[in-house]
Every structure is written in structure tokens, then in C-alpha cells.
Design a protein around this ligand. Sequence first.
Ligand SMILES: [Zn+2]
Ligand SMILES: [Zn+2]
Length: 342
Amino acid sequence: MQAILKATRAPGLKVATVPKPSAGPGEVLIAVRHAGVCGTDLHIADWDAWAQGRLHPPVVVGHEFAGEIVGVGDGVAELKTGQLVTAEGHIVCGHCLQCRTGNSHICKNTRIIGVDRDGAFAEYIAMPATNVLPLDGIPTTLGAVMDPMGNAFHAVLTAEVPGSTVFVVGCGPIGCFAVGVARAAGAAKVIASDVNARRLALAQRMGAHVTIDAGRDDVVQSVLAATGGEGADVVCEMSGVPSALHQALAAVRLGGRVQLLGIPKGEIPIDFAREIIFKGITVYGVTGRKMYETWHQMRRYLTAGLLDPRPVITHQFRLAQIDEALAAIRAGDAGKIILEIA
Ligand SMILES: [Zn+2]
Ligand SMILES: [Zn+2]
């Protein structure tokens, strides 16, 4: 089958012919229709320090996808061929302390498809049936982005959002999804900041009431002005940029909550007393999607039509155009990019 491969310990990805997988016991075989391209794939293509320390090529990349079940392994009763599905790409152990206490998203033995084992930029992928979710009528173009959208759902729905003011820092694809989720969950006011005008326009399209150009405006003053001087009840930090992290902590109200999703490159000095402790705020690290609470919530929001995430998908390419897809991410003002595979 055709797949996009990290073939060697060097920069670049290549389209290659690799053996077609089959569904082992407890697994299903999925013919991939659409897949989402992510910043993680860019790190793998560029072969940065993180990728060098984590990946063992050759590996098929890609972790966000949706497709059709075409094979069912032994012991799988709940899924059938012909079903359109997506899947959680974090494969967890099921027996560590976190898994046994309802916190599989921070399983200490997590293996990620397209990183630690073969992924979804391929005509077929075999997945544990436990990780698979029927799309229930959601199109595969959206199913392909439910992994990153799930991060936004996790970030927003683990805070108390109904009637709240929510400030989303950073309007990349996950930030824009978060704006939509916050609106759908009943936020009274959604404020969004970014340095990129196109991304701010996308955030506005997803329902942001107030947008702040972080390259031009005083972000914290703008949030205070939009919240009657209080600061935001909930801040979702989606950028990982040091200045934006400080803005997130400064813009949250006393006693508020900061959801940290953006991943900074290195260490960032924080004045813990002034920025966190004396403000009495709660800081929550968002990693992955809650299994499977986030997925069920997201599927209900989508099937009920509570939010329309389609504007966030700005580009679609064929599998063989992976280099163009990566270039569009590098350009910095794309929303979500998907690959059409079959
Ligand atoms: Zn991703
Ligand atoms: Zn575990």
C-alpha cells in the first residue's frame, strides 16, 4: 500500500510502498479516507531534537484520521465492516495507576500512532478496537480532525464555561476549535488573541466576540477592558509562546482557571507568587483527550450541530502532496490541513 514514511534518521518524509497491515486479535483494519496534518508531523519531517529522541524509523507517520472498517480481528464484537470511524491515536496500557483511575490520557505507557508505531498517512491502518469510535454520521473530513479538535474540547470542557468569559490565547487550528467549543458550551463572552490577522479572522468566524492583535494591542489591557476590569474567568493558552503564557496568567481573573495546552520550546521563568499563588488561580495541563469522555462529548456536540468546525479546515491535499501540506503549515496562517487518501 501507499504510505508516507519517515524512512531514515534524517530530515524529510517520503511516499513509499509498504506492506498492508492486517487486523490482529482485538483490532480492526481501517481503510483511511482522510487524515489531518499536524505540527507533530512537521517536527518529525524536520527531524528535530524531540523526533530524534523519540522515533525509530522506518515508521509510517500521521495520527489524525477517519476511514472505513474493512476488516475485523478475533474477539471484536462491537464493530463491523463498512462502519465509518475515527480513532484515539494514543494507545494506552490499561493497567497503570492512571489507566486504572480513569486518567488514561496520562497513561505512563502511552504509545502514539505515527510516532511510536505505524500511523495513518497510509491506505490502511490496524487499530485496537478499544480506540475506535463510530462517526455516527459525522463526515470523514471532520472525523479526520477529531483528534486535535478533541484537545480543544478537553481544554474547554474541563473548565466551568457556561456563563463565563473565556480568553483563548493563540488561534492556530486548536485555538480556533476552542473558540467554537467555548461558544457552543455557553460562554458569555469569548476573547481571542493572535499575532496573525488571518487566524484572528478565523477565530472571529468561529464565534469570538472580541479579537486582539497581540502584535499591536496591549493584550492584558484589552482583556481587562472586555471583562469589566476583572480579567477572564477561564483562559486557554494554546500557543506555547513565552510572552503569551505570561499574558494568559496576567489576563485570568483572581480565582480563575488557566488551561495550558501550547507547548513551549524550553524553560520559561515564572513569578509563581505574583502570577499564580497570590491570584489563587488553578492551572491545568491539557494533554491528549480524556478517554473516552472527551470523544463522547465531542461526538454529541457535532452530531447535534452545536458547532460547525468546517471553517477551520482551510486546505486539502492528496497523500502524495505531503510536502505542500507541510509547507502550508510552515507558512503560519493555515487553519487545519487534511489529506485525502481514498
Ligand atoms: Zn496532531
Ligand atoms: Zn496506562
